[in-house]
Design a protein. Structure first.
Length: 211
């Protein structure tokens, strides 16, 4: 899952902050650059590292990210549509309101991220790990989540309606108030976490729990 990055990366400058349609960006180090509020199509990033880079409010259609690393980046309200992320790490970054609608993710690690209100609707996720992330009110509606792992994540109010969760593993997660409990068929949940599913399961079955 670790990105394959070269030992030496070309440092991107201010002139590289304006992304172009069909642009291909290879083996670059993006530091504290502002790439926010842009609208581009068919861009490709390969073997790149992003450190404290800002993508907030940017929209990308059919973008590709392969062998990339995001550290302490601002990805809030970034919109990726029909895009791909392969072999990537997203660490300590802000993804509040980030949307990855109908995107393909493979071999991606999200760790120590604030990703509340994020959306992975109808995404195809394979070998993806969410670790120590705040996913409050995140949306996984209709997503393929087989084999995805959620570790020590806050999933309060998250939406899983019509998701495929066969083989999804959840451990040490806050599951209170999750939606789409019927989609948890085939998921693997430890005993300690199962209590958080109780109220959602009871509500789906029309059961009222009283003290």
């Amino acid at each position: 899952m670790a990105p394959k990055l070269p030992n030496s990366l070309a440092e991107a400058g201010a002139s590289d902050a304006d992304l172009a349609d069909d642009g291909v960006y290879l083996s670059a180090l993006y530091g504290n650059l502002d790439l926010s509020a842009q609208d581009v199509e068919d861009v490709e990033f390969e073997r790149c590292r992003f450190q404290e880079t800002r993508f907030s409010g940017t929209m990308m259609r059919r973008a590709g990210f392969a062998d990339v690393e995001f550290t302490s980046c601002d990805l809030a309200n970034l919109k990726l549509i029909d895009s791909r992320i392969f072999n990537a790490v997203v660490d300590g970054s802000r993804l509040t309101g980030t949307s990855m609608t109908e995107c393909g993710l493979r071999d991606v690690l999200f760790t120590n991220c604030r990703a509340d209100l994020s959306s992975f609707r109808f995404g195809r996720l394979k070998s993806v790990v969410f670790r120590d992330c705040n996913l409050t009110d995140a949306n996984f509606q209709g997503a393929e989540l087989g084999g995805v792992r959620f570790e020590r994540c806050k999933l309060t109010g998250a939406q899983f309606s019509n998701a495929n969760m066969k083989g999804t593993r959840l451990s040490d997660c806050d599951l209170y108030g999750v939606n789409g409990i019927q989609s948890f068929q085939g998921a693997i949940v430890p005993t300690a976490d199962a209590q958080g599913l109780l109220f959602a399961l009871a509500s789906a079955m029309g059961i009222t729990i009283e003290d």
